[in-house]
Design a protein around this ligand. Structure first.
Ligand SMILES: C[S@@+](CC[C@H](N)C(=O)[O-])C[C@H]1O[C@@H](n2cnc3c(N)ncnc32)[C@H](O)[C@@H]1O
Length: 698
């Protein structure tokens, strides 16, 4: 049998790439496709050169959309200047995200697995450059973002229509429990946002405690350095309702109008920030006081009113923040899920806040502490993520520090607690020690080096810049990669041993800058996935004897295709179709004998076959977004496709559809049989003769 001489790995640039191009053109929302579109990213106003942080990103639908926007005007073979960091705490959901975004074939994405509320700022000390392997000043010295998407974990009541299970599980405590974490994540997002940048806070809940209350609290904490943007003129097709300015808080069967009510009913898990005014009702701290009858009353029994606030104020709280600028999207307006969106604009650096503003100058009483602790004891969010109450409690005082303080602090935290999920691991504390040594100018070089090659995070492969000149040069020479393509320095692997590197990933300039910075600051980012898989080591017997031991992978092909000058051939539709149909064809059996001749002269190993337009005879052809190319293996006597059977079938269908279209338009234009028609006839003819030949061979 001619079929299946070598079943090697395959690739197509096509389906996913075009799917993404199609989606990219559908970013503009129409009410009809609203249910399919994710709205929050549309309010981020992302440009292709932006650094974007998606803080709680899994399973990745919004990340996908952000990448589409970044790539919107990118030509084949080039990469946008911007990048996306997609972060999620949940490892399994992170894997889902990695899988989802794989079809984007992007070199501009880093997937991280950090806690969003502690997301590292990666600020490089001046001394770091001396202490690290990176000799030059890094292009970026701190990880700040132009855009931040803060799609926080929430109670998810907005998804009730599609997740009816929630009807049984939902209770008001879910939202109340998540409120402190939502504030922490949003505050961290704002501190990582560049001045002038935009952050979108969103949930799929209708609960004001998770929505307007969070937005109001972060605005209070930011004290004028952040504004709530009026986006009423943006996306006018989107039917939305204004955010609320007054609401009550539900807790275990009763409605609370203010923090005073919370204390009155002994609801210590209810925070002042959950109410519209955000005001704390202060209970007396120094012993008993007299009641209106002059009798001694214990402060634990009856809370005392804040003298600053009149009784009336406590009854009907209305926020003085223009929360109507927030957006509530409700299911019955346009047959969608329910969600909440607030757009924030950072006007200036965040203020240095020593204390939570709502603490009103008092030190925490025992009851306050219990109250806050209780509020942080969230056991479960809608995504099944366990929230560690100890983590939350230890975070209590940190969120209000200045940006600089936060960043300094987190560096210390990262150094002392390498993996928040694995704090009990002995190796981690050892690694943390090495990290500190590596970061400190006086640190031992051996410690630093060890850390940099082994990676810091338990269970996560290290990210290694691939610098093996011999391999890099052999790849460049074999495929004739042109000098204009940024290559050296843009390759990474996840294996410290160059001899056993199986995959080489390609990264954009923006991602490269971030990775270098991350290395410099002791790998604060826990990187689950990064880069576009571009080369894979040949594993077959014939493959190991080929001049280049790495073949181009399917994902990498769209990016490198315009830059390859060797091992590339342009096949006529008929021969291209045959390759997909029969998987392997002897050189002498190609319909276009010249093509067969050229194929036989390729070097043994991976080659790229591009579908030539029926009209085009000159080579090389102009590559554009509609170009179809596949990877093939040039063996001793034949050319074999390196495309899976499913992908072959899909490509064949597309090819037929394209030919049908060409046939139709050509017949319409000329009303006679034109070039395409001849070609179509040629295919059918050739197919018959080829099948006959095959039958004879068999
Ligand atoms: C509403 S979902 C995000 C949906 C996602 N943005 C999308 O469009 O596909 C919230 C996510 O937050 C994650 N999460 C929960 N707590 C987190 C934390 N502390 N830090 C980071 N992510 C967290 C959950 O794992 C979950 O995937």
């Amino acid at each position: 049998m001619v079929f299946v001489n070598y079943i090697l790995l395959c690739f197509i640039q096509s389906m996913y790439y075009y799917f993404f191009m199609f989606l990219a053109s559908s970013v503009f929302i129409s009410p009809k496709c609203l249910c399919l579109m994710q709205v929050p990213p549309l309010f981020l106003d992302v440009s292709p050169n932006h650094f974007v942080l998606d803080m709680c990103a899994a399973p990745g639908s919004k990340t996908f959309q952000l990448l589409e926007i970044i790539y919107q005007s990118t030509k084949p073979g080039s990469l946008p200047d911007g990048m996306v960091i997609a972060n999620d705490l949940d490892v399994q959901r992170c894997n889902l995200l990695i899988h989802q975004t794989k079809r984007m074939c992007t070199a501009n994405l880093i997937v991280t697995n950090n806690e969003a509320q502690h997301f590292p700022g990666c600020r490089a000390h001046k001394n770091f450059s001396k202490a690290s392997e990176i000799e030059l000043e890094p292009p970026i010295s701190q990880l700040l973002f132009d855009r931040v998407l803060c799609d926080v974990p929430c109670s998810g009541d907005g998804t009730l229509r599609k997740a009816p299970d929630l009807w049984r599980k939902w209770n008001s405590g879910m939202g109340n429990g998540l409120h402190p974490l939502q504030i922490q994540i949003a505050m961290r997002g704002l501190s990582l946002l560049k001045v002038g940048g935009r952050m979108v806070y969103s949930t799929c809940s209708m609960n004001p405690v998770e929505n307007e209350a969070v937005v109001a609290e972060i605005l209070r904490r930011c004290g004028g350095s952040v504004e709530l943007v009026d986006v009423s003129s943006e996306l006018p097709q989107l039917v939305r309702r204004p955010g609320l300015r007054n609401w009550k808080v539900r807790d275990r069967g009763i409605w609370l109008s203010s923090h005073k009510d919370a204390l009155k009913f002994h609801r210590f898990g209810i925070l002042p920030s959950m109410f519209p005014s955000g005001r704390r009702y202060v209970a007396p701290t120094d012993g008993d006081h007299k009641n209106e009858n002059g009798a001694n009353v214990n402060s634990e029994d009856e809370p005392m009113e804040d003298p600053m606030i009149s009784t009336d104020d406590w009854n009907e709280e209305v926020s003085d923040i223009p929360l109507e600028r927030c957006m509530r999207i409700v299911p019955h307006d346009q047959n969608s899920g329910a969600f909440f969106i607030a757009v924030l604009h950072k006007l200036s650096p965040l203020p240095v806040i020593q204390e939570k503003p709502s603490r009103r100058g008092n030190s925490l009483t025992k009851r306050d502490e219990i109250q806050e602790k209780l509020s942080e004891q969230v056991t479960e969010c809608n995504n099944g993520v366990e929230l560690n109450s100890e983590d939350a409690a230890s975070e209590k005082f940190s969120e209000a520090a200045s940006e600089a303080d936060l960043i300094e602090k987190e560096m210390d935290e990262t150094a002392s607690v390498p993996d928040p999920c694995n704090t009990d691991d002995e190796n981690d504390s050892e690694k943390a020690k090495l990290l500190v040594e590596g970061e400190t100018p006086s640190g031992k070089a051996v410690g630093k080096r060890k850390l940099q090659i082994q990676g810091k995070w338990k269970g996560v492969d290290p990210v290694i810049f691939f610098k093996d000149e011999a391999i890099i040069n052999s790849i460049k020479a074999f495929y004739g990669i042109d000098e204009s393509f940024p290559f050296g320095g843009h390759l990474i692997s996840r294996n410290i041993d160059n001899n056993h590197v199986k995959r080489i990933y390609y990264i954009s300039k923006s991602v490269k800058d971030v990775l270098e910075l991350n290395l410099l600051v002791g790998q604060q980012l826990k990187i689950a996935s990064v880069g576009l898989k571009m080369f894979e080591r040949q594993t077959s017997r014939e493959g190991t004897t080929a001049p280049c031991s790495f073949r181009i992978s399917s994902e990498g092909l769209p990016v490198i295709l315009p830059h390859i000058t060797k091992q590339i051939l342009y096949a006529s539709p008929v021969d291209f179709k045959h390759l997909l149909q029969y998987k392997a064809i002897k050189f002498m059996d190609f319909v276009d004998a010249e093509f067969g001749e050229k194929a036989s002269k390729l070097m043994m190993g991976c080659s790229v076959i591009v579908l030539r337009d029926a009209k085009t005879s000159s080579e090389p052809i102009q590559l554009d977004a509609s170009t179809i190319a596949i990877g093939c293996w040039k063996g001793r006597g034949s050319l074999s496709v390196m495309v899976t059977a499913i992908d072959c079938q899909e490509l064949l269908e597309r090819l037929s559809a394209r030919m049908e279209t060409e046939k139709g338009s050509s017949a319409q234009e000329n009303n006679v049989e034109g070039v395409e028609l001849q070609d179509m006839n040629g295919i059918e003819e050739a197919e018959r003769s080829y099948t006959t030949k095959e039958a004879t061979n068999d």
